[in-house]
Design a protein around this ligand. Structure first.
Ligand code: ADP
Length: 366
């Protein structure tokens, strides 16, 4: 096949718009390989983020586009795979052993659904094909043991220095909630919070994770500031509800992370609309478009909007969040889209040179 044809095919595939990600494959950083086999063209799309939920759609779109571009070739085969590499954390901090990327989840204030979003984001990243951990750093009210259905269990230490993370629904997890009871956790003050969170982060034996999602304590005060300077975060996701006041607080949070150079990956608008349990009608109780406006104002993506739906509360508080309780359901699909967009936003950040070895997923061409 002439080089010019290869380049044309690459250009055509790179220009394909993936509605789910709201970008073209080229903008999402896809590397496109074209091979001419006997009577066929094979196109391999290599992504820097997991995308199991849209892999088949991308393959279909690529096949159709290449068929239309080169009608003389009878067979086109497309395949999609991904390799997740470490992205540079802020301030040149040393990456955490066993973890390629830390994604922090923050909120300006409590009660907006930060922990619920963190749990579902972590599980959704795993469903998309990544190795994932979830660190519950919300020491004021550690809820991940309950949300993952493993409260009452205790982590063990093999070497007397580090804790082995517990495993729930296929992800590794660590929480101060495993180590102290809730009433103790509530009275901790700033410097102690920082110390405990950094210890939990660095003294857990994480195993070869692509992403460690960190559910930060709510707020944007000194504690969050100190944590953001000690923990090597690759990017932060801000959770907010659509009300005016929550938005203002979220805006302050965004500014804080900008000040300490933690890259902002985007905003998740939680409780964005109310889903009626009787008729499934969706109503924007607190006004529509707030998250999108805030994202546009700050020049960062809106990663998704999650409705106020009592199924989310019931399933998450019962230890089986929607992503695992009903993997084919609409809510799981929304969280998985948030996960893909978050990972895609992170994949656009510069790679970290200290981490040399990505985990490569090899998929068979169809
Ligand atoms: P935060 O971590 O911000 O304090 P949580 O994640 O603990 O907030 O959520 C507070 C409560 O709201 C929990 O009972 C949770 O189940 C519920 N909740 C969170 N998000 C939603 C949602 N989108 N729909 C319904 N309930 C939700």
């Amino acid at each position: 096949m002439p080089d010019s044809t290869v380049a044309d095919i690459q250009r055509c595939v790179a220009g394909l718009r993936i509605a789910d990600l709201d970008t073209t494959l080229g903008e999402a950083g896809a590397r496109i390989e074209v091979r001419a086999a006997e009577e066929a063209i094979e196109v391999a799309v290599h992504l820097g983020f997991p995308a199991a939920g849209i892999r088949a759609d991308i393959e279909t779109a690529v096949t159709a586009a290449v068929r239309a571009a080169v009608p003389s070739v009878p067979t086109v085969r497309a395949s999609v795979d991904w390799a997740i590499v470490a992205r540079s954390p802020q301030g040149g901090l040393t990456p955490l052993p066993g973890v390629r990327n830390i994604i922090a989840v923050a909120s300006g204030k409590g009660g907006v659904g930060k922990s619920t979003t963190s749990a579902n984001l972590a599980l959704a990243l795993a469903a998309e094909g990544a190795r994932v951990g979830l660190l519950d750093a919300d020491v004021y009210g550690p809820s991940q043991p309950t949300m993952l259905g493993i409260s009452g269990r205790q982590p063990e230490s093999r070497d007397g220095k580090t804790f082995e993370p517990l495993v729930a629904h296929g992800i590794e997890t660590m929480s101060v909630g495993f180590l102290v009871d809730d009433s103790q956790a509530m009275i901790w003050r700033g410097p102690m919070v920082t110390q405990v969170v950094t210890q939990l982060t660095f003294q857990t034996a994480w195993h070869d994770l692509d992403y460690l999602v960190v559910d930060l304590p709510p707020g944007t005060g000194d504690t969050q500031l100190t944590l953001s300077q000690k923990v090597p975060v690759a990017g932060v996701v801000i959770v907010t509800t659509p009300q005016q006041v929550a938005m203002q607080v979220a805006r302050r949070g965004l500014k804080m992370f900008e000040k300490v150079d933690v890259p902002l990956l985007g905003i998740v608008e939680n409780m964005s609309s109310f889903v009626c349990p009787k008729c499934s009608h969706e109503e924007p109780l607190f006004g529509a478009g707030g998250g999108a406006d805030l994202a546009a104002e700050c020049g960062i993506p809106l990663l998704g909007a999650i409705p106020l739906d009592r199924t989310i509360r019931a399933q998450t508080d019962a230890g089986r969040p929607p992503v695992v309780a009903d993997p084919q359901g609409v809510l799981a699909q929304r969280y998985r889209q948030v996960a893909r967009r978050t990972a895609a936003a992170l994949a656009r950040r510069p790679a970290d040179q200290k981490h040399k070895f990505p985990r490569i997923v090899v998929e068979r061409a169809r």
